[in-house]
Design a protein around this ligand. Structure first.
Ligand SMILES: Cc1cc2nc3c(=O)[nH]c(=O)nc-3n(C[C@H](O)[C@H](O)[C@H](O)COP(=O)(O)OP(=O)(O)OC[C@H]3O[C@@H](n4cnc5c(N)ncnc54)[C@H](O)[C@@H]3O)c2cc1C
Length: 506
């Protein structure tokens, strides 16, 4: 059934990008339909830390922290000069500061600095050691808030014990959902997956096919369609078609099945950077509650002294204090698994990491050899590698794998320990072991987009009326590297650009 174009824009997926675009389109007097496959607001974004990487942001300026957009641009180039998109960088850096303050005004959230968190590669040109990471730490809905949409915001499944609080990514989604709920001209439909894109070869308006409870429906809006359908983490067939190595276990909600990617392929559109993912060490959770992921992010505990990570041969293999390198080594070795070993000094000083021994399995033994037997590692190799590591620690030598060699790598260590906050012997019984896995916070490949979220076809031309943001969109903002805050930050910038483009075309 073809409908008359009742809407100006259709936004696919009720996550942060769509909600931002809806607020802008509504303020411009346009009519918007948001269609969401699940019954909830927010996909991976609801599970996220809500961190946005923003050079020279208003909170830095208020605190007198020195930064500039030029430094931000130099840093983006330095982290991957070979796959750098200066135009994407310029638009990101130019749009984000204003967008973040607009969001405070539109939704009542407050961005706070993640104090003391350096850029991942702060030692590179343009890097800084503090202030660029902002997050909506918490948000409090007004007491008279209409809770209709708030009840639909997905729980923050990785925030152990705080799942239903308004924190991090969930705080941003709650604040946006509340604002969208009272915006003029915005309709939301839940439990309605978009099944296909409708592309007119003659350049006519772009539409979508929906699978509604009443049967298929086609909606062709006047101005355009924004895809905010998330990553393809749960679509193993699609992931393995493009990516070699072990399958990274998804930390995202099961609805992230790469529907936007599949639609794009069926419509003959290109997909790029499909092998790239936000790879992070994680742990398997025993018996997670319904709807919660089986994998929990697990990297900060690995940077503390009195611990090492070894492979299935009982050998250290990467820098445990930089999860990017550790996950890359887990991936490139083809194993996808490793074992975190820590001793009684670790437990005495830092306690057990959240969940370990409760809903995350842990082995404990009175000697390294017994521990090795319990987790299936060669005992002699484990003892030998730990002895080598301990000797280097006691001699005050640099760590063979570079533990704690940059400001970012030291930040989750033990700040009271000098000179290296991340090193300390693994020598006091009982010894403990936790199995860690290669997991992903989201795949990064998708439709090529220009810096304003406009989809670019195979011929290099913008597909008028088709936009993408978040993990279905792929750009060279951070090249082959990834660092926190650019996934959500870019989703917001792309969605804002898409809305501006539609408004300009209206
Ligand atoms: C544990 C964790 C921590 C993270 N922390 C951060 C962080 O601090 N900072 C950061 O920048 N990034 C972080 N990320 C990554 C970040 O959450 C996302 O990558 C980013 O927010 C982009 O999400 P998105 O907009 O692509 O979509 P999502 O939030 O995943 O939403 C996609 C939506 O589309 C819907 N959908 C899918 N298919 C269809 C369809 N066919 N029809 C209709 N709707 C559909 C889904 O149901 C879902 O609601 C984290 C991720 C995880 C898992």
């Amino acid at each position: 059934v073809t409908e008359a174009p009742q809407y100006d824009a259709v936004l696919v997926g009720a996550s942060a990008g769509s909600l931002v675009a809806a607020l802008k389109l509504s303020a411009a007097g346009l009519r918007v339909l948001i269609v969401e496959k699940s019954e909830l607001v927010g996909g991976g974004t609801a599970y996220s830390g809500g961190i946005v990487w923003a050079p020279d942001n208003h909170r830095m300026r208020a605190k007198g922290i020195d930064d500039s957009l030029e430094a931000g641009a130099a840093y983006l180039e330095a982290i991957d000069p070979e796959d750098h998109d200066p135009e994407a960088a310029a638009v990101y850096l130019g749009v984000l500061p204003g967008l973040l303050t607009d969001l405070e005004e539109w939704t009542g959230i407050t961005w706070v600095s993640y104090t003391g968190l350096p850029d991942y590669w702060s030692e590179l040109p343009g890097g800084v050691e503090n202030g660029r990471f902002l997050l909506p730490l918490t948000w409090v809905p007004p007491t008279d808030a209409d809770t209709t949409l708030l009840k639909r915001v997905r729980a923050a499944a990785h925030a152990v014990g705080m799942e239903s609080e308004w924190i991090w990514g969930r705080a941003l989604l709650g604040a946006l959902a509340l604002a969208v709920g009272s915006a003029d001209g915005v309709d939301l439909e839940f439990g309605v997956p978009v099944t296909d894109l409708v592309l007119d070869a003659t350049g006519g308006p772009v539409g979508v096919d929906l699978a509604t409870p009443d049967g298929p429906r086609r909606v062709v809006p006047r101005l355009g369609v924004l895809l905010n359908t998330g990553g393809a983490e749960w679509n193993r067939e699609l992931v393995e078609r493009f990516r070699s190595g072990p399958f990274p276990l998804p930390q995202t909600p099961e609805d992230n099945t790469g529907d936007g990617h599949a639609m794009a392929l069926r419509a003959g559109l290109p997909l790029v950077r499909m092998g790239q993912t936000i790879a992070i060490p994680g742990v398997l959770v025993d018996d997670p509650p319904a709807g919660a992921p089986r994998c929990r992010i697990f990297f900060q505990p690995l940077a503390k002294p009195h611990s090492v990570v070894v492979d299935d041969q009982g050998r250290r293999f990467a820098n445990e204090t930089f999860f990017v390198d550790l996950a890359e080594a887990m991936s490139s070795s083809g194993r996808g698994e490793a074992v975190f070993v820590f001793d009684a000094q670790y437990v005495e000083r830092y306690g057990l990491p959240a969940g370990v021994g409760v809903d995350v399995a842990m082995e404990r033994a009175d000697s390294l050899a017994e521990l090795a037997a319990l987790v299936g590692l060669p005992a002699a190799a484990l003892e030998e590698d730990v002895a080598t590591y301990n000797a280097a620690v006691l001699a005050g030598a640099d760590d063979a794998f570079g533990r704690g060699s940059t400001p970012y790598q030291r930040v989750f260590g033990d700040r009271d320990r000098v000179p290296n906050p991340t090193t300390g012997t693994v020598a006091v019984a009982p010894f403990h072991a936790v199995r860690i896995r290669l997991t992903t916070s989201g795949h990064r490949g998708g439709l090529p987009v220009d810096p304003h979220g406009r989809v670019v076809g195979d011929d290099g031309h913008v597909v008028t009326g088709l936009y993408a943001c978040g993990n279905i969109a792929s750009s060279g903002l951070t090249g082959r590297a990834y660092f926190s805050g650019t996934s959500l930050g870019h989703a917001l910038v792309q969605a804002s650009g898409a809305a501006d483009d539609m408004i300009a075309r209206a």
